[in-house]
Write a protein that binds this ligand. Structure first.
Ligand SMILES: Cc1cc2nc3c(=O)[nH]c(=O)nc-3n(C[C@H](O)[C@H](O)[C@H](O)COP(=O)(O)OP(=O)(O)OC[C@H]3O[C@@H](n4cnc5c(N)ncnc54)[C@H](O)[C@@H]3O)c2cc1C
Length: 495
C-alpha cells in the first residue's frame, strides 16, 4: 500500500519504518525540520517493553538498545538521555521548606527497575526524534520536511492510507473538520516550562532523607504544590527538563510566573536557585486536547494526534508505542491494509484509553490536596502498570489489550470510582476510608506489595513480594520462581 505518515515525531517515524519494513511504500511528511525541541521525554517499563517487541517483530535492533539505559549508553552515547529509576513525588507547602518528617513523610518513591543497567530513560527528544527519522529513511521511507501538507498533495501522492502523527498539530482534525471532544475531559491544566542547566539534587537541598530504593533525582520527579505540580527530568549531561502544571490560568510574563511560584515554595526555590533556562520559559494556558474520532476509512491517528491529558504518570510514550504495535499488526494483512472493522476497533480502544488516562489524572489532581490521598490514588496507576508489565514479561502480550487496565474486570473501573470518591472526601475519617478503599480495590492486581503502610512510601523492586503474590498472576509459586531469570535479565519488575 502507499501510506502517508503526517508528522515525524518519534511515533510518526517509527510507524513509518514499521510499515516500510513490511514492504509498504511510505512517505513521511513533516512541516518542520530535525533536530528540533520537543517535549514528552520520560519513558516507562511498558514503553520499553513495547520498543523491545517492535524490535524483535520487525528487526529494529536500535529499538532494543534504546529500551534500557545501559544498552542505550553503550550503543548510542551520542543520543541524549537521562537515567530513570522510578517515580519520585514530594508534597510541598507554601512558605515552608520540605521536611523529611519520619514516617509521616510526604515523599513517595516507586522504583521501576532494579538497576541502572536495565532502567528506563528520559529521551532528549531533539536527538531521539532525529535518530528515528534517520532510521526510517535508512529503512526506505521517503521523507520530506518543511512541507505544508494538503489534501491535494495527498491526492497527487496517490496515497491509499494516511496516518496522522502530527500530535497537537491536528492535521486530520483540520482536514476532516473532526469535532473536539475536549468538553468530556475532566483534566484542566496549563504548562510553564523550559530546559535548565544547574538544577540541584534534592538531597543536596534537603538533609536527613531516609535512603530510598534509588537516588531520588534519577527518576521522573514530581513536586506537588497547591497550584498543581511540577515535573523535573534530569538528563545525564546535566540538563533538566522542568515545568509547572497549573490548574488555574495565570497572568503575567512566563519569567514572572516562574519567580512567583518559586518564591512560594522554598525548597523548589533552592533547587532552582542557580538554574539557568536554556531557552525562554514558555506558558500555555491549557495543554489538553481531545477529538471525537481517532480513525476512519483510509486514515488513523496516533494517540498524541487524537488526545493528550497531562504529563502526570508519563503515559504518552507508552501509549503511542502500543498504538504503533496495533497499526503494525493491521498492516500485516497481505497488503490490503486495515479494514473498516479494524479501524472501528482501533478507534473505540483509543477512546476508552483516553478516558481512562483522563480519569486517573483528574483523580490525582483532586487528591493532591492531601498527600495520603494522592499516594493512595497513585497506587491505582502503579498497580495497573506493574500488573501489565509482569503479565507481558511472564505470560503473554496482546497489543489489543487495553492500556492502564481498560477492559480488565478488576482494574478497568477503578479510575472512575476513585475520581468519584475523591470528590466527596471531606474529613480525616473520609481520608482514612479512601486510603483503605484504594488498598482493597487494587488487591486483586497488586503484584508488587503496593499500598503497604510499612513501606513508608519507599517501594523498591522486590522479587520476594512477587513470589509471595504468585496467585495474583494465576501462577504456582514454582512456576513463578522458574520464570524469575527472565525478569532479572530482561528488565525490571517495577512500574
Ligand atoms: C508537557 C508535556 C509533557 C509530557 N511528558 C511526557 C512524559 O514525561 N512521558 C511521556 O510518555 N509522554 C509525555 N508527554 C506526551 C508526549 O509528548 C507524546 O506522547 C509524544 O510527543 C508523542 O509523539 P508523536 O511523535 O506522536 O507527536 P509529536 O512529538 O507531537 O510530533 C508531531 C510532529 O508532527 C509535526 N507536525 C505537526 N503538524 C503537522 C502538519 N500539519 N504537517 C506535517 N507535520 C506536522 C510536528 O512538527 C512534529 O514533528 C508529554 C506531553 C506534554 C505536552
Amino acid at each position: 500500500m502507499r501510506v502517508a505518515v503526517v508528522g515525524s515525531g518519534f511515533a510518526g517515524s517509527l510507524v513509518a519504518r514499521v510499515l516500510a519494513v513490511q514492504g509498504h511504500d511510505v512517505v513521511l511528511l513533516e512541516r518542520g525540520t530535525h533536530p528540533r525541541f520537543a517535549i514528552g521525554e520520560s519513558s516507562t517499563p511498558l514503553a520499553n517493553l513495547a520498543l523491545e517487541r517492535l524490535a524483535s517483530r520487525y528487526g529494529l535492533d536500535d529499538c532494543y538498545d534504546l529500551a534500557a539505559h545501559g544498552r542505550w549508553v553503550a550503543r548510542f552515547p551520542e543520543l541524549g538521555r537521562g537515567l530513570k529509576r522510578g517515580f519520585t513525588f514530594y508534597r510541598h507547602h507554601a512558605g515552608r521548606p520540605f521536611a523529611p518528617d519520619g514516617s509521616r513523610t510526604e515523599r513517595l518513591l516507586v522504583a521501576a527497575s532494579p538497576s541502572d543497567h536495565i532502567a528506563d530513560n528520559h529521551w532528549l527528544r531533539a536527538d531521539v526524534d532525529r535518530h528515528f527519522v534517520q532510521a526510517a529513511v535508512a529503512a526506505g521511507v521517503e521523507y520530506r520536511d518543511r512541507t505544508v501538507v494538503t489534501a491535494d498533495m495527498l491526492t497527487a501522492l496517490r496515497v491509499d492510507f494516511v496516518i496522522d502523527a502530527s500530535g497537537p498539530g491536528g492535521f486530520m482534525a483540520q482536514q476532516l473538520a473532526i469535532p473536539s471532544a475536549l468538553s468530556r475531559m475532566h483534566t484542566h491544566a496549563g504548562l510553564l516550562f523550559s530546559h535548565f542547566d544547574g538544577v540541584r539534587l534534592f538531597p543536596d537541598v534537603v538533609a536527613g532523607l531516609p535512603p530510598g530504593p534509588y537516588p531520588d533525582d534519577w527518576a521522573a520527579v514530581h513536586h506537588i504544590i497547591d497550584e498543581g505540580w511540577m515535573y523535573s527530568l534530569r538528563f545525564d549531561h546535566g540538563v533538566t527538563s522542568a515545568g509547572f502544571l497549573l490548574k488555574e490560568r495565570v497572568s503575567g510574563a512566563p519569567d514572572e510566573i516562574w519567580r512567583r511560584l518559586l518564591q512560594r515554595y522554598p525548597t523548589i526555590d533552592r533547587l532552582f536557585a542557580d538554574a539557568k533556562p536554556l531557552m525562554p520559559l514558555a506558558y500555555k494556558p491549557r495543554i489538553q486536547h481531545r477529538l471525537t474520532r481517532a480513525a476512519g476509512r483510509g486514515w488513523a491517528m496516533l494517540p498524541h494526534a487524537y488526545a493528550f491529558v497531562d504529563p502526570l504518570f508519563s503515559t504518552g510514550i507508552a501509549w503511542s508505542l502500543r498504538a504503533i504495535e496495533r497499526l503494525g499488526l493491521l498492516f500485516e494483512n497481505g497488503g490490503r491494509g486495515p479494514t473498516e472493522q479494524d479501524l472501528a476497533r482501533y478507534d473505540a480502544l483509543l477512546s476508552a484509553e483516553a478516558d481512562q488516562i483522563d480519569r486517573l489524572v483528574a483523580g490525582a489532581y483532586h487528591a493532591m490536596a492531601r498527600f495520603d490521598l494522592f499516594a493512595a490514588h497513585a497506587m491505582i496507576y502503579f498497580a495497573a502498570v506493574s500488573f501489565a508489565e509482569i503479565r507481558q514479561r511472564l505470560q503473554q502480550h496482546n497489543a489489543w489489550s487495553g492500556f492502564l487496565g481498560v477492559g480488565d474486570p478488576e482494574l478497568g473501573g477503578l479510575p472512575r470510582a476513585s475520581l468519584r470518591r475523591l470528590r466527596h472526601v471531606r474529613t480525616p475519617a473520609d481520608r482514612r476510608g479512601f486510603v483503605q478503599w484504594a488498598s482493597n480495590a487494587i488487591a486483586p492486581r497488586n503484584v508488587c506489595g503496593l499500598a503497604n503502610p510499612a513501606a513508608h512510601g519507599l517501594y523498591p523492586v522486590d522479587l520476594d513480594v512477587l513470589v509471595r503474590r504468585h496467585q495474583v498472576l494465576g501462577m504456582s509459586r514454582e512456576s513463578l520462581i522458574s520464570a524469575l531469570p527472565a525478569l532479572r535479565g530482561g528488565g525490571g519488575v517495577g512500574v
